[in-house]
Design a protein around this ligand. Structure first.
Ligand code: GLU
Length: 469
């Protein structure tokens, strides 16, 4: 390899969803490009006209944007480059590394049977025919691959994989209708995009041997190969819908943060010692393709949840509040003016236990309730008793005296109040919590009151007192 500046790419086919296997391939390509100061590109392999859709192209763009893995150049669309693919084949014909094959379908079938009986791959008689023997009938163009020796795919993850050339048939490059085939298009595009490292799933390992022969037929430099192991489900079996073969966008819908996904996906097949949690900057500094392990990786939801919780605890409350507001709107929760600020204030008190932003949305609901709150029956009954309602009236007065409304002052006020009353917090804390939250899950008392603010907290207590009396 010469030391050309590193250029990597992903080349998804827009034929459906973008699942996490593609996301991981994208991440590894992005990390490697960033690690080496190179560039990361995107090619849409839309040559399958029946199955490629614009919606699926959009899914790829959205998925990449959400993951924060945007390419450094505008995307390349493969179908639009068919003329370039054909031009490369002309060059191969001129170089003698490809030939026109005029076998009829019947002849091909007969050759296929003979080849099978003789335990070899098919060989066209046109391989060595003189050019002016050409009949006037449809033809395909085939690669004139070497008959002997071996083709070595020197893979950065798998090591050197050897293919005996006699087992590789002369690959079709152009079909009878002149349309380019998959392996040809990949090679021409990768070459012209200046791709130095092809990092992709190991289901393409066999293609790498074929593609190597095309590079050689064109006299082009073969890129470095790195074929990543599969991602299996938690049970070690092939990913299934139930076990995470979800679309990337579904992880967004399930309440995962993109930075958690990046950290998590990076750990699927690569790692840095025992480090579980690392920033993008650390991953970029540490990542090297040769450290990817060749064994299949396993999806582990517990680990993903753990990481997501970590990043939820680190994220800016404003950003989380926007996400939570979006989730609540999608659940038809009506938000009033000021609610987004309230959500933002509440988040620091509830996020420690949240594994996803969906859980975070559940956890802020107590704060969004509008007065008067519906109280649990048990609390209503307790407040109807004189002892507790009188204590609540004194508690309200004590709280109203708190000058610097915030966790430290409120904790102090609650502690002093319990002392003054000569009772433990257990004698009024659970009821206060129910009064503040209407029985929904809520953080501890000082946190809940800080999130709600002074007026709303005292107001909720007032409502409870007037109901209880
Ligand atoms: N289009 C291929 C796929 O979606 C990727 C080809 C490649 O990376 O070379 O699997």
């Amino acid at each position: 390899m010469t030391d050309r500046p590193v250029r990597t790419r992903i080349a998804p086919s827009p034929t459906g969803m973008m699942h996490i296997g593609t996301a991981r391939v994208a991440l590894f390509n992005w990390l490697y490009a960033r690690h080496t100061g190179g560039q990361f590109l995107l090619r849409i392999e839309d040559t399958d006209r029946e199955r490629s859709t614009e919606a699926a192209v959009q899914v790829i763009f959205d998925g990449m944007r959400w993951l924060g893995l945007e390419p450094d150049e505008p995307p390349v669309f493969q179908f639009a480059r068919a003329d370039r693919h054909r031009a490369a084949v002309e060059e191969m014909l001129a170089r003698g590394s490809a030939y026109r094959d005029y076998m009829t379908p019947e002849e091909l079938e007969a050759e296929r049977e003979t080849a099978r009986a003789e335990g070899r791959v098919i060989r066209s008689p046109w391989r060595d025919a003189a050019p002016n023997d050409a009949p006037d009938r449809p033809f395909v163009v085939r690669l004139k691959a070497p008959l002997e020796g071996e083709t070595i795919v020197d893979d950065k993850v798998k090591g050197a994989i050897r293919f005996e050339n006699r087992t590789l048939d002369d690959l079709i490059l152009l079909r009878t209708d002149g349309s380019p085939t998959y392996n040809l298009a990949v090679v021409v595009d990768d070459h012209e995009m200046g791709i130095t490292h092809v990092i992709r799933g190991d289901d393409h390992l066999n293609n790498a041997a074929r593609q190597t022969l095309i590079y050689q037929g064109l006299g082009w430099e073969v890129p470095a190969w790195a074929h990543l192991p599969m991602i299996n489900g938690p049970d070690g079996k092939k990913l299934s819908k139930r076990h995470g073969s979800q679309a990337v966008s579904e992880f967004d819908d399930m309440g995962y943060l993109p930075e958690a996904m990046r950290n998590y996906l990076a750990k699927l097949g690569w790692g840095h010692g025992d480090d579980e949690i690392f920033s993008d900057a650390q991953a970029i500094a540490w990542f090297d393709i040769v450290d990817v392990v060749s064994a299949p990786a396993r999806l582990d939801w517990d680990k993903l949840n753990h990481l997501n919780n970590h990043y939820i605890r680190l994220a800016e409350p404003k950003r989380l509040a926007d996400l939570v507001a979006k989730i609540l709107k999608s659940r038809d929760v009506k938000l009033h003016p000021g609610d987004e600020a309230l959500i933002e204030r509440t988040i620091p008190f509830v996020r420690d236990g949240a594994k996803t932003t969906l859980e975070l949305a559940d956890a802020v609901l107590f704060a969004l309730k509008t007065r008067p709150l519906e109280l649990p029956e048990k609390t209503r009954g307790q407040l109807a008793e004189a002892e507790l309602s009188e204590r609540f009236a004194r508690l309200r007065a004590a709280l109203a005296n708190v000058a610097d409304w915030g966790v430290p002052a409120l904790e102090e006020a609650l502690r002093r109040f319990a002392e003054a009353e000569g009772v433990g917090l257990g004698k009024f804390g659970p009821q206060l919590r129910a009064v503040l939250s209407g029985g929904s899950p809520a953080p501890d008392l000082a946190g809940a009151m800080t999130a709600l603010g002074r007026d709303e907290s005292l107001g909720r207590i007032d409502d409870a007192l007037s109901k209880g009396s």
